[in-house]
Write a protein that binds this ligand. Structure first.
Ligand code: NI
Length: 149
């Protein structure tokens, strides 16, 4: 069967890499602002919408507290606080099911940045973040997550 550009029904549902086209209705002002922003970035609409949808899905998983994500947990802390370096190492051993790797950066005499790369269940990752965040000497914890497909 021949396919025309724009057809969405002919392709197999089993092929997860297939690309489909769809129509959406949005306010014209929103589209103008969106197009202006993405043109400044040199990005095409399809690419920008794909990125926005993936971000939406990852954010939703994160908020709902279920599903799997892959991302980083960036921890800024004071390494002069007694026991904190050791704690941050030990807790990664307790969460080996979600911890893939880490990078440690010595920022200045007192401060370190620990970046933990995580993959797995959102609940488990949030649990790790809560434990780390509540420790004395931890100054900031930021998380970036992406959906696992
Ligand atoms: Ni350090």
């Amino acid at each position: 069967m021949s396919k025309k550009k724009g057809d969405v029904e002919e392709e197999s549902l089993e092929d997860s890499n297939r690309v489909v086209r769809f129509g959406v209705s949005i306010p014209i002002d929103l589209l103008k602002e969106f197009d202006e922003a993405i043109s400044q970035m040199g990005m095409k609409r399809s690419k920008a919408i794909r990125l926005a949808m993936r971000k939406f899905l990852a954010d939703r998983k994160w908020q709902c507290g279920s599903g799997d994500v892959v991302g980083t947990v960036n921890i800024l802390y004071d390494h002069e606080v007694r026991g904190l370096d050791e704690y941050l190492t030990e807790i990664q051993h307790d969460y080996l099911d979600i911890v893939l790797s880490n990078t440690h950066i010595h920022l200045d005499k007192e401060h370190c940045m620990l970046i933990i790369i995580v993959k797995g269940n959102v609940k488990r990752i949030k649990e790790l973040i809560d434990k780390v965040s509540s420790k004395k000497g931890v100054k900031q914890v930021k998380t970036v997550v992406n959906p696992v497909s």
